[in-house]
Design a protein around this ligand. Structure first.
Ligand code: URA
Length: 242
């Protein structure tokens, strides 16, 4: 590809801005200063540097976001703030989108990427990717509820696949429970509706994990970071180019 295109894709600026960098002799190709925007390069073979720092063009990017409440899991909206509003320019330039949706009042782990094939594989019902949620519930969840989850809850429009309900704590005085729920599909308001079928209601919902990815303990609400090399490697189970 053309050198100026490559530099723009590396987020060094617009095509006209990177031409200025070339004129300023800040770019080297294989150790030699290059000032020609039209120079053809092979990004897989040539070593390109900016101020002597290597540049690498990434097709795909992956961010783990700790989504706060009050933000919608969409790429644009007329009224509400979206998860893209939490990213910097680099993320927005790469045209990332959320893999699946969390309700506006749900918080926790959201993967953002521009790798459509990965998103498709992770969301495919055939892959049965596990999603783990921590829920605060108004009402006492019981052993019978656990059994109902394991059998597959009947919603109005959908018979749920077997799901795991783990009762972490119950508070009889406050009539509330803390539970961990694992589902392998992603229907609209699924967790809230499953709990409702048991005669209780979710008062707080947090996603802890999706497939091999878990919410990092040190990621504050509203913060995001790139996947670590190990996390990226863990996504190879989906069998798509990363
Ligand atoms: N289930 C829900 O009810 N809401 C979510 O945001 C995710 C799963």
């Amino acid at each position: 590809m053309r050198l100026d295109k490559f530099l723009a894709k590396c987020n060094l600026g617009t095509r006209s801005q990177v031409r200025v960098l070339l004129k300023q002799k800040q770019i080297k190709v294989n150790g030699q200063v290059e000032n020609q925007p039209k120079r053809q390069i092979d990004e897989k073979v040539d070593a390109i540097t900016f101020r002597d720092e290597p540049l690498k063009y990434e097709t795909f990017v992956y961010y783990l976001l700790n989504k706060p409440k009050g933000i919608i899991s969409a790429t644009e909206d007329d009224k509400q703030k979206t998860v893209l509003d939490l990213l910097d320019d680099e993320g927005r330039h790469k045209l990332v989108f959320p893999v699946g949706r969390l309700d506006i009042d749900t918080h926790g782990l959201l993967l953002l990427t521009n790798n459509g094939k990965l998103a498709h594989a992770m969301l495919s019902p055939k892959k049965h990717v596990a999603k783990v949620y921590l829920a605060e519930v108004s009402g006492i969840m019981t052993e019978e509820d656990k059994e109902a989850f394991a059998q597959g809850i009947d919603l109005k429009d959908h018979h749920c696949q077997p799901a795991q309900l783990k009762i972490l704590a119950t508070d009889l005085a406050n009539q509330s429970s803390r539970v961990e729920i694992t589902i392998h599909e992603g229907k609209f308001h699924q967790i809230k509706r499953m709990v409702q079928v048991c005669g209780k209601s979710v008062t707080d919902l947090q996603r802890l994990s999706i497939g091999p990815l878990s919410l990092p303990n040190d990621l504050d609400l509203g913060d995001y970071r790139r996947l670590t090399p190990d996390e990226l490697e863990s996504l190879s189970i989906f069998g798509v180019d990363l």
